[in-house]
Design a protein around this ligand. Structure first.
Ligand code: NAD
Length: 484
């Protein structure tokens, strides 16, 4: 199936931090793929702006190397790469000084969309915003894109919001959570709100519980210093898992538009109950046969930071009263696997008798690997021998359903960057959402700090600490397997 690609308006996209890791690995390869798909109009330009001294040719060489490293070989074509690199420019700039700003101002064109990607440390956001205005580079239609981490607690997130608000309206600020750019996550909304089948069942009456898992096999690696100051709660739960939970739990918005969707997400965050400490398990990975322990990775044997967290949450409203949401995320687990599972209740009465077995419908939404959805349905086991029931998957793996060449199963970043150019904020976090998420997270973290709580050790290559399994066992439930 060939997807329809509608080119966006002509734009000048400035990437502050255009030589950094995020730009090389995600933003620039994503832009190249959009260019190849025909979504970048001929007048579109990308301007790298960072500290290193390059001219346009030098920057183009750097970006060519990044494309070779991060784009699949069969998608790299010399002519296309050359045509893409032609759109690139570079300005050496000092975010906190004067160097480079008037050059950047001269480079910008009138009558095209102006977007500024702040792919730099958050401590530079204020300086960038101020200079963009001082030099009249940003105007009332310009957009800025900011990255995680958006604050490390409510106070710092508020401060960042205020800093940006001094120079930009909320409608100009695009806070990226790349989980929202994933095809499956958007499909979750299509499935919920585009079909009559699911929504009537999407509540505490029919849903036993919901599980959200984001499991990684990697450790903290070279990011140890940064990670140890945040931990799984700040790095994953407050943003990514919270956003997934919002999309699962929210009421149907009246329209698929930015404020209607974000209003509903905000209500979910505000309805989250405080979590009791018995409903939280924190863990730290131990040393493996050929991998270092968390404490060795962060070079601090006293660290109390968690590399794993599992929690039981309640959304306190009519729809979800009594239906728990179990969320977990961690590093050095058995497999790289992200999924949401909606576990429906048993049929109220089994007409087939106990010997046929009891079965449950489970809707699984896989974010990785193999983005797609599966609905487990119960059927009769084929053949003679009486009525025995088995579960079979109604499987919708997007790559299968839409074809291997389908452009849409692509990286979340490129989709989100094109949304910025289109001026569509639906899949970006609003300032009040981020603050509400921190307002819920802060007391939990403060509680750990006050009690000086040590995370539970867990073996690498497992599903986390034993206590995480107990969180569900004690209620006669079990986590779905994390599989190789
Ligand atoms: P990086 O350290 O690799 O790159 C930083 C970039 O900022 C470089 O291009 C550098 O030249 C530029 N820079 C630094 N100080 C500057 C100054 N004073 N003036 C102008 N430019 C300056 O960082 P990164 O990993 O690319 O991360 C960028 C942002 O994205 C950070 O906020 C990070 O938290 C966030 N982020 C990164 C990733 C990732 O995978 N790398 C993922 C999510 C969020």
């Amino acid at each position: 199936m060939v997807s329809r690609v509608i080119p966006v308006e002509p734009f000048d996209l400035v990437i502050f931090g255009g030589t950094g890791d995020l730009a090389r690995r995600k933003i620039l390869p994503g832009l190249y793929r959009r260019f190849v798909s025909g979504q970048m109009p001929p007048e579109a330009r990308v301007i790298g702006a960072a500290r290193s001294e390059f001219d346009d040719a030098g920057y183009r060489n750097e970006v060519r190397d990044a494309l070779v490293e991060f784009i699949a070989k069969d998608k790299l074509d010399d002519d296309r790469v050359a045509a893409f690199l032609d759109r690139l420019h570079y300005v050496a700039i000092d975010a906190t000084g004067e160097a480079g700003w008037s050059e950047l101002a001269d480079l910008m064109r009138e009558n095209v969309v102006r977007a500024f990607y702040f792919s730099v440390a958050p401590s530079l956001f204020g300086a960038l915003a101020e200079r963009l205005h001082m030099h009249r580079i940003a105007d009332a239609d310009s957009r800025i894109v900011v990255e995680k981490p958006f604050g490390r607690d409510l106070a710092s997130a508020r401060q960042l919001n205020q800093t940006l608000a001094e120079h930009f309206e909320e409608t100009q600020i695009y806070r990226i959570d790349h989980y929202l750019g994933k095809e499956t996550v958007q499909n979750l909304m299509a499935v919920r709100f585009g079909n009559v089948l699911f929504e009537p069942l999407w509540n505490a009456q029919y849903v036993d519980h919901i599980q959200i898992t984001v499991a990684e096999t990697v450790g903290v690696g070279g990011r140890g210093g940064y990670y140890d100051k945040s931990g799984a709660m700040r790095d994953m739960v407050q943003n990514h898992l919270m956003q997934l939970l919002c999309l699962i739990a929210m009421e149907p918005p009246s329209r698929f538009d930015p404020d209607a969707v974000r209003d509903e997400k905000l209500k979910v965050i505000r309805a989250l109950e405080p979590v009791e400490s018995r409903d939280i398990v924190r863990g730290q990975y131990q040393r493996g046969s050929n991998s270092a322990s968390y404490l060795e990775d962060v070079e601090d044997e006293q660290s109390r930071t968690e590399s794993f967290i599992a929690m039981k949450l309640h959304v306190s409203n009519w729809r979800w009263a009594g239906t728990p949401f179990y969320v977990r995320t961690g590093k050095r687990l058995r497999a790289r696997q992200s999924e949401i599972a909606v576990v429906f209740k048993d049929a109220p009465h089994s007409i087939f008798g106990e010997e046929a077995g009891r079965h449950r419908n489970i809707l699984t939404i896989r974010l990785q690997p193999n983005e797609g959805m599966t609905l487990g349905v119960t059927i009769k086991e084929p053949g003679p021998g009486g009525m025995r029931l088995i579960d079979v998957p109604l499987d919708m793996t997007f790559a299968d359903a839409l074809g291997p060449d389908n452009d849409d199963v692509t990286d979340a970043y490129e989709r989100l960057v094109m949304d910025v150019i289109r001026g569509n904020q639906t899949l970006f976090m609003r300032g009040d959402e981020v603050e509400a998420a921190w307002a819920w997270t802060d007391p939990i973290i403060e509680g750990w700090q006050m009690r000086d709580m040590r995370p539970k050790p867990y073996e690498p290559g497992t599903a986390g600490p034993e206590e995480s399994a107990m969180l569900l066992h004690r209620e006669n439930r079990r986590w779905r397997a994390i599989r190789d």
